[in-house]
Design a binder for this molecule. Structure first.
Ligand code: GTP
Ligand code: MG
Length: 203
């Protein structure tokens, strides 16, 4: 898939105010600093489409981008800030759950994971929640270029083995680098293959 057009549509805190669900949609979620904005920009071939937030944890918004006038890309706020209050965390959870459980055109949520770190409970908790609630997810391992190849591959194997302790089968999985563009073609192909499914289910 060639990206010929990528434009920001709207930010909001309420799934009911999101654009009308008339096109297939793919959301991106992950811990702060995992490389979410960088990945979105890399996928869209734009340097500054998704802004890096100045103050992490403060961006509490669901951000819609329209790609090729054909599908929505959604940048969800990051999780896992140490400094956030319990009340704010609860607000985040409610907003995200409201979106994930009600958004009719949501085809997949890509959960981003920093390949440099061993499996973290906060990430595997989210992954398992998706599984338990039968919400379609795909995994994206980020920052491949930051590791030596052997290290990166070992971390990936360790993560897969960890997931297979609880999952029967692994979800769709991508390995990326926003620096080198690794994984871009694979993710865009995946989206391209899934878009027609939306139109089949929503004639
Ligand atoms: P927040 O918006 O603060 O939650 O962070 P984010 O998840 O959007 O991460 P962002 O894209 O801002 O990236 C965080 C840092 O990691 C930046 O310094 C990026 O340049 C760097 N980074 C992201 N992806 C990659 C990657 O694939 N390779 C390398 N080398 N650096 C990356
Ligand atoms: Mg960001």
């Amino acid at each position: 898939m060639q990206i010929t057009q990528a434009k920001f549509i709207i930010s909001n805190t309420d799934h009911r105010k999101c654009p009308s669900p008339d096109r297939p949609e793919y959301a991106f979620i992950g811990r702060s600093n995992v490389g979410k904005s960088s990945l979105i920009n890399m996928l869209c071939g734009r340097k500054k489409l998704a802004k890096t937030s100045v103050s992490p944890g403060k961006t509490q918004l669901i951000n819609h981008f329209l790609i090729n006038n054909e599908w929505y890309l959604v940048d969800l706020p990051g999780y896992g800030y140490a400094k956030i209050s319990k009340k704010e965390r609860e607000r985040w959870r409610k907003m995200i759950d409201g979106y994930l459980f009600n958004r009719q055109n949501l085809m997949y949520t890509f959960i981003l994971i920093d390949l440099r770190h061993p499996p973290q409970a906060i990430d595997t908790g989210i992954i398992n929640n998706f599984g338990m609630n039968r919400l379609p997810l795909a995994l994206v391992f980020t920052k491949y270029d930051k590791l030596k190849k052997t290290e990166a591959e070992a971390n990936l194997d360790r993560y897969k083995a960890h997931l297979l302790e609880t999952w029967e089968k692994l979800p769709p999985l991508f390995v990326t680098s926003s620096k080198t563009g690794m994984g871009r073609a694979e993710i865009l192909r995946f989206i391209e293959e899934n878009n027609p499914v939306f139109y089949r289910e929503h004639p």
